[in-house]
Design a protein around this ligand. Structure first.
Ligand code: ZN
Length: 185
């Protein structure tokens, strides 16, 4: 079975996801869903996938920024975006806290707004309190690109897309993003 990633305009992307209890989390259905989401995220490929993006209105997302994705990027871009590998993990019922007052603006995209990108200002540091796939309480302190991924995915669980937060005049097709890169700040 292969999961289809829903595109913007589908009402499920605009709903608040349902909170999961421990019995939900350890059920075979959720275990299977996590495996299918991991496959769908890798196949896309993407660095995060939230359950509403595959049509499930629940508070669950998977995240993974693989070393092989970073291998093709210039070192200065990795340094500028403060991006480093993040192992696969699951966040459930996350509570997001922005830490400090520093924010950074970078282009981001979304598997549910396929083919487009825009500049989005995001907090540089966040703390996330959530449950993992075993229903255990976890606190994540994240910085840089990882903090951006968490903010993007947790937005999905609350019916928000990056297009709600973007600098609208930076909105571009992904193709033009790279074509006109030198003219962009
Ligand atoms: Zn997204």
């Amino acid at each position: 079975m292969k999961l289809e990633i829903v595109q913007t305009g589908d009402p499920v992307l605009r709903q608040q996801g349902r909170w999961l209890n421990r019995a939900d989390i350890t059920s075979p259905q959720i275990k299977e869903l996590i495996e299918l989401m991991r496959e769908a995220m890798r196949e896309a490929p993407g660095v995060g996938l939230a359950a509403p993006q595959i049509g499930e209105s629940i508070q669950l997302a998977v995240i993974e920024d693989r070393a092989e994705y970073l291998a093709d990027l210039p070192a200065e871009q990795l340094a500028e975006t403060q991006r480093s590998p993040v192992p696969f993990h699951v966040i459930i019922n996350p509570k997001l806290t922005l830490v400090g007052n520093s924010s950074v603006e970078f282009y981001e995209g979304c598997l549910s707004v396929e083919g487009f990108m825009a500049a989005v200002d995001r907090a540089l540091d966040v703390r996330v309190e959530c449950l993992n796939e075993n229903g255990e309480e976890v606190t994540i302190n994240a910085h840089g690109w990882y903090a951006r991924i968490l903010q993007h995915e947790i937005d999905h669980l609350n019916g928000t897309l990056y297009i709600d937060r973007m600098k609208t005049r930076t909105f571009t097709t992904a193709e033009n993003m790279f074509r006109f890169r030198s003219e962009r700040k």
